[in-house]
Design a protein around this ligand. Structure first.
Ligand code: AKG
Length: 262
């Protein structure tokens, strides 16, 4: 898939591009059928919700242990636009699946950029990294969609403080203060990413984003694939394989039927 010049301009301006229904229903149904096995895994790559340990908050590294998600990470509709936007070869730094379960189990995400932990912990030099966000479920106004500040990537690395989960492991976020959020939200506004399952957003790693808890009865799963430019490969190896992939080999797209043919 080739982006037009206008689409590249829009990405540079807003820090994200959104494609409704980029993947079709058959592809999404195949991806959905792999979810129960992923959520039943017992390893440290599966992070539980603090207030409800029966609910998965994040499944890291899905492209490593799920063949269908590995293929998704190499799908030409995902990988080709990422390579075009970064203008070079890429590898997958991190993948994480967020089921955002309903009935309040899927808790909120404080406002953050993805780049700070990549930079400060994993040694990623520049923000040459894109979060491809693939909707596994419909994301609607009532299922607590991902909220982004369009254009906020232009602010660069914001002042933030490191937050770790209760056990001091699992995942790291760098929260910003309310003052910074208010300033930037007044300047840029806030866009909800809304669309049917199969929609895809390509988001710059410095775009400020967050979400509220999901009190609807429906889950709204999104898989986030964070691709980094090969020339920008990380230099630190403190975090585990499922958060900081150390294989920097340039990725090659598969055929467009790579999911359907499985
Ligand atoms: O899916 C969400 O609600 C937010 C997840 C998020 O912000 C992240 O994984 O960086």
């Amino acid at each position: 898939m080739n982006l037009t010049g206008l689409q590249v301009q829009e990405y540079n301006k807003k820090g994200y591009l959104f494609f409704p229904s980029l993947l079709d229903v058959d592809e999404i149904n195949k991806l959905k059928s792999a979810l129960p096995d992923i959520y039943n895994r017992k390893g440290p790559e599966i992070i539980r919700e603090k207030h409800d340990i029966s609910a998965t908050r994040l499944a890291f590294g899905v492209h490593v242990y799920s063949e269908i998600f590995r293929r998704l990470s190499l799908h030409p509709k995902i990988l080709d636009p990422v390579r075009q936007l970064l203008n070079e070869n890429v590898y997958l730094h991190q993948s994480r699946l967020n089921p955002k379960q309903g009935f309040g189990s899927g808790a909120s995400w404080d406002w953050h950029q993805d780049f700070p932990p990549f930079h400060k912990i994993d040694g990623m030099l520049k923000p040459k990294c894109i979060m491809a966000s693939i909707f596994i479920d419909d994301c609607t106004p009532v299922t607590s969609p991902l909220l982004v500040l369009p254009g906020s990537h232009k602010e660069g690395l914001l002042t933030s403080s490191l937050h770790k989960d209760a056990e001091g492991k699992g995942y790291e976020l760098h929260h910003i203060t309310n003052d910074i959020l208010e300033n930037l939200a007044n300047k840029y506004g806030i866009d909800p990413l809304i669309g049917p399952s199969g929609s895809v957003a390509f988001v710059h790693c410095n775009v400020l984003h967050g979400s509220a808890n999901n009190v609807s009865p429906w889950s709204r799963s999104i898989i986030y694939m964070n691709y980094n430019a090969v020339s920008n490969a990380c230099t630190e190896a403190t975090r585990p394989w499922y958060q900081n992939n150390r294989d920097f080999s340039p990725l090659k797209s598969l055929e467009s039927d790579c999911i359907k043919s499985l």
